[in-house]
Design a protein around this ligand. Structure first.
Ligand SMILES: [Zn+2]
Length: 392
């Protein structure tokens, strides 16, 4: 267990209010206490490590539900060491928990990726915690494939999918809800408490409504690879904007989505209805240039990852930058926006009892941000895994 940790003089965003100053005590991996003003006198506790936050923003650690890779690795590589390297990179950007996200591939390749997650699950030394798997594809609509391999996109095969779900690693599964076979899998996921997201879809408003009635609760990278909004055909985007049951993922990199569209999404859903994700791929955290992404070449330039045809192939986004972009796009304060990078994600995958907000009893997953939103300290399970205070 890490030593007990006291963070004081923070601008603390708690579940009930933001406190300036506020304090938080982490002990045994959990939040032992949190409150406004100055902390109680812990004079009898020489074991306490104290961090004077000097007014920095203290938020719940970020949770990235949709992230494929970073620093040369990807979930589809099916290598535990690669997952650990990813976890360490994400922690530098404030992430304390993530779902390793697969993409369209053969059933066996996806199963191998899930088997690599099992030994890595939970705390990763020096990194974000691996919370499980997110299966994005292959049960998508080829008409909205984006960078997913259209040749391998297919209708849901319940037997194949049960093999994945039986690993117990899957917390989120993304599918196109306009196909009957896929709706059968949606039902199976709901029975197993696995969250389902509408992804790479050409679903009409009515088709999304029907899927919501069966338990669909999320939309994958809202606006990207989905039927757009039209005033006579509201499409998938219209359903995300209109239906309160759906929480919309958002890639807030200013490349996948215009800042005005980000503002429209947050204004329509409220901050509780939006989940920041990165959709980052292998090249995140690497220098710009040309890289191989599965069997295709991609070019990374000005932060964008593009296929030879110009289409986007994931991002190089980090969640700290996403939150900075969302603040600028919406003009809203952190007091409103903090759930978009933590609590909403924890809720979406059924982990809000232990993660996602600064409350006593929850896991001590924390991030300290400077006024510009850059990460100064990341704490996972009460342990400081990243610290850049000295360089400020
Ligand atoms: Zn996608």
């Amino acid at each position: 267990m890490p030593p007990a940790l006291l963070i004081h003089n923070a601008h603390l965003y708690s579940a009930v209010a933001d406190w300036q100053p506020g304090w938080l005590l982490a002990e045994g991996g959990r939040i032992a206490g949190v409150g406004p003003g100055q902390p109680p006198d812990f004079a009898g506790r020489p074991d306490l490590r104290r961090i004077d936050a000097a007014g920095l923003d203290l938020l719940p650690g970020f949770i990235d539900l949709h992230v494929h890779g970073a620093v040369g690795h990807e979930a589809m590589d099916a290598e535990p060491d690669g997952l650990r390297a990813m976890a360490r990179f994400y922690a530098r950007h404030g992430v304390t928990g993530f779902l390793a996200t697969t993409w369209t591939a053969s059933g066996d390749a996806i199963l191998r990726a899930l088997h690599a997650i099992r030994p890595t699950l939970g705390l990763v030394p020096g990194g974000a915690a691996l919370l499980g798997a997110h299966i994005e594809g292959p049960y998508l609509n080829p008409a909205r494939c984006g960078a997913q391999d259209a040749r391998l996109i297919r209708r849901a095969d319940l037997n194949e999918a049960r093999g994945w779900l039986d690993t117990g690693m899957v917390r989120l599964l993304a599918l196109a809800p306009e196909f009957d076979d896929n709706l059968m899998l949606l039902d199976e996921c709901v029975r197993r408490d696995v969250a389902v997201s509408a992804a790479h879809t050409d679903a009409s408003y009515e088709q999304v409504q029907a899927a919501v009635a069966r338990g669909l609760r999320q939309a994958t990278h809202t606006f990207n690879a989905m039927r757009p909004f039209g005033h006579r055909d509201p499409g998938t985007v219209g359903a995300v904007l209109a239906l309160p049951e759906i929480t919309g993922e958002l890639i807030a990199d200013n490349i996948h989505v215009h800042p005005a569209a980000m503002k429209i999404l947050v204004d329509a859903k409220g901050p509780s209805g939006v989940i920041l994700i990165t959709d980052a791929v292998r090249v995140a955290g690497l220098p710009e240039g040309e890289y191989r992404l599965d069997d295709r070449l991609v070019t990374v330039r000005d932060g964008a990852v593009r296929l030879p045809n110009g289409g986007l192939a994931g991002s190089t986004l980090t969640l700290d930058r996403g939150l900075r972009n969302l603040r600028l796009a919406t003009g809203r304060p952190l007091a409103e926006l903090w759930p978009t990078s933590s609590l909403n994600a924890a809720r979406a995958i059924g982990l809000a009892a232990s993660k996602g907000s600064l409350e006593a009893g929850k896991d001590a997953d924390l991030v300290l941000l400077d006024p510009e939103g850059h990460v100064c300290v990341t704490v996972v399970g009460g342990e400081v895994v990243y610290e850049a205070l000295a360089t400020r």
